[in-house]
Design a protein around this ligand. Structure first.
Ligand code: SF4
Length: 273
């Protein structure tokens, strides 16, 4: 007996859908599109775009790239100002696919640094979004560092775990500084998915998290669920073949997972494999 509970917030988030629409629009206009790094963290989406003609370049090849015919699209995670400037110089034009919520984080960090605050970020400094952020806020320090400035501002990677962000902010407040300014820069979409998976993990017998293995927001959903219940992290229905699927099954997805992939998994489970 199987009962499937599908999350309300599944499939692409608004920011991922936006950058994909930008790329597909350019392809429809006959443009040659170049992207540095994964446009979004999902293998099937990237493969589909390669077939349509998008040229993907490795991130670490950016500074060696020479004249590019066509348009470079900045991915949803954004890029540092230096990288953007360089790509503008060597391509026909640059089109900004940075999610506006990510751009807002960059602008907020820049503005507050100018006001004299030490910026402390709850995020992974190796993640593309945070590497881009460091291009805007060069003096930023990252969790678990707390810096020694008297005035600090605490920000977060847009896909960070909300509870852990609050703990980090509290740890800074507890250091007795003159001023600690806390600005929640986590994307509401990821907070809603986090709340949803936490509830499912408490009410279901199994939680299936669908999304790319490089996706930080998908990893976060998996980490939250696995502390409470048996949890599988898969990219497609092929990966659940052979697994025991029984009882109440909660299904959620990362923000760069196509809804069609989620539907195929639901269908596969409801048909009994
Ligand atoms: S998760 Fe939020 S911040 Fe990230 S791309 Fe989607 S809408 Fe933008």
């Amino acid at each position: 007996m199987v009962e499937v509970r599908l999350g309300k917030h599944v499939g692409f988030c608004w920011g991922v859908q936006r950058v994909l629409d930008i790329v597909n629009g350019l392809l429809d206009d006959g443009e040659q599109v170049h992207v540095f790094g994964d446009l979004v963290h999902n293998t099937s989406v990237i493969e589909e775009l390669k077939v349509k003609g998008v040229a993907f370049h490795k991130e670490d090849e950016l500074w060696n790239a020479e004249k590019l015919e066509g348009v470079v699209v900045v991915r949803a995670h954004g890029m540092s100002p230096e990288e953007r400037h360089y790509l503008e110089e060597i391509s026909d034009r640059l089109v900004d696919g940075t999610c506006p919520i990510v751009s807002r984080l960059f602008k907020t960090g820049e503005a507050i640094e100018k006001e004299g605050y030490q910026i402390c970020v709850y995020g992974n400094p190796r993640h593309p979004e945070m590497r881009a952020f460091k291009g805007y806020v060069k003096s930023a320090v990252f969790y678990p560092e707390v810096g020694d400035a008297k005035k600090v501002a605490v920000l977060a990677q847009t896909t960070a775990d909300f509870s852990k962000f609050k703990e980090y902010a509290a740890s800074l407040i507890n250091t007795g500084r003159a001023e600690v300014r806390v600005i929640n820069t986590i994307c509401a979409e990821t907070i809603m998915r986090e709340m949803e998976v936490r509830k499912m993990a408490q009410e279901c017998d199994l939680v299936i998290v669908v999304g790319g293995k490089m996706s930080s927001n998908t990893r976060k959903l998996f980490e939250i669920a696995k502390d409470h219940v048996r949890t599988l992290w898969i990219e497609n229905e092929e990966e659940i073949k052979g697994e025991t699927i029984q009882g109440k099954i909660g299904i959620v997805s990362g923000t760069s997972t196509p809804i069609e992939v989620v539907r195929r998994i639901v269908d596969y489970i409801e048909r009994g494999g």
